[in-house]
Design a binder for this molecule. Structure first.
Ligand SMILES: NC(=O)c1ccc[n+]([C@@H]2O[C@H](COP(=O)([O-])OP(=O)(O)OC[C@H]3O[C@@H](n4cnc5c(N)ncnc54)[C@H](OP(=O)(O)O)[C@@H]3O)[C@@H](O)[C@H]2O)c1
Length: 287
């Protein structure tokens, strides 16, 4: 049966839809201009890298974090080269999640790209790990992306009616893919959780024209990583297959791809952006 089908396709060119062979020029394939995005935790670190990439490429970008002043300052700076608007909110609780969703609903009729990036970490040894360190991290890293996505579904569904599918991009971590170096139990569990939630949401939102993917960053310079990088950057860079830590264009590049036409058939998966740490794990001897 399969062989017969192949034969028919080869012998009769009319059975091939030639439209699927068309490829747009780079500028159209990767263009995200004219879209509307929300980047949570967009005021600094990885969220700022993504927001900068989006604003520089013509996306009307909303950034959100708790510190209203820092958020406003960055929005003002980025607005010199595009459109960036701050909506401060604390996503560690449901009131903040509702506030952010409501603010966006009042300002926009569609949302093309939601980047669930805001996150926190907590380290403590197993004997002393406190409940507060579990709840704070789980609430922000896992619960808030789920409920923010849920609250923003009407805007995402509205965007999906346009030419391209809408995108939810969750920021996980390589610590959700493999065992972390430090005792950050709730963090690693939250990141493994968001990676699985990404697959689960992708399955049920695909029919609504919404793709859900995740990025698993390796080490990138940020406030969260400052203490670790101050002490160990040379060792971390030396141990990385690419010989360095991440930079803004590494992160912005993947976030742009996932939001573009080029990334429209990528769904439910997590892309490690880590210089090859995850892919080369398991080497038991240094060459
Ligand atoms: N940097 C890395 O190497 C690395 C590696 C793997 C994964 N990641 C992930 O990347 C994401 C960003 O981390 P980062 O390294 O850029 O950290 P960061 O520099 O500490 O930035 C965190 C961002 O989230 C915001 N935020 C924190 N708590 C919040 C809350 N309760 N409500 C709303 N916003 C809040 C912060 O602003 P406010 O403090 O003003 O709220 C800030 O904008 C996180 O999900 C993190 O797990 C980072």
């Amino acid at each position: 049966m399969a062989a017969g089908f192949e034969q028919a396709a080869v012998s009769d060119p009319q059975t091939i839809n030639r439209d699927v062979l068309k490829v747009k020029h780079m500028q159209d394939l990767f263009s995200i201009a004219g879209k509307v995005a929300l980047v949570t935790g967009g005021s600094r670190g990885i969220g700022e890298m993504i927001a900068r990439g989006y604003v520089a490429n013509g996306v009307k970008t909303y950034i959100s974090s708790r510190n209203a002043e820092v958020c406003e300052q960055l929005a003002t700076e980025l607005s010199r080269e595009g459109e960036c608007i701050a909506i401060p909110a604390d996503l560690g609780n449901m009131q903040g999640v509702d506030h952010l969703a409501q603010q966006l609903n009042e300002r926009e009729s569609k949302l093309d790209i939601l980047v669930n990036n805001a996150g926190a970490n907590w380290g403590a040894n197993i004997d002393e790990f406190p409940e507060a360190g579990w709840d704070k991290v789980m609430d922000l890293n896992l619960k808030s992306p789920f409920f923010l996505t849920q609250r923003l579904l009407p805007l995402l569904r509205a965007a999906a009616l346009s030419e391209q599918r809408a995108r939810v991009i969750n920021i996980g971590s390589i610590d959700g893919l493999s065992t972390p170096a430090f005792e950050t139990y709730s963090y690693a569990a939250s990141k493994a959780g968001i990676i699985h939630l990404t697959r689960h949401l992708a399955k049920f939102l695909a029919k609504d024209g919404i793709n859900v993917t995740a990025i698993a960053p390796g080490p990138f310079p940020s406030k969260m990583m400052a203490a670790t990088l101050n002490e160990f950057e040379a060792e971390i860079a030396a141990a990385n297959p690419c010989g360095r830590v991440g930079k803004a264009e590494d992160m912005a590049g993947v976030a742009i791809f996932l939001a573009s036409k080029a990334g429209e058939y990528v769904n439910g998966v997590t892309i490690p952006v880590d210089g090859g740490i995850t892919a080369t794990l398991g080497s038991w001897v240094q060459p």
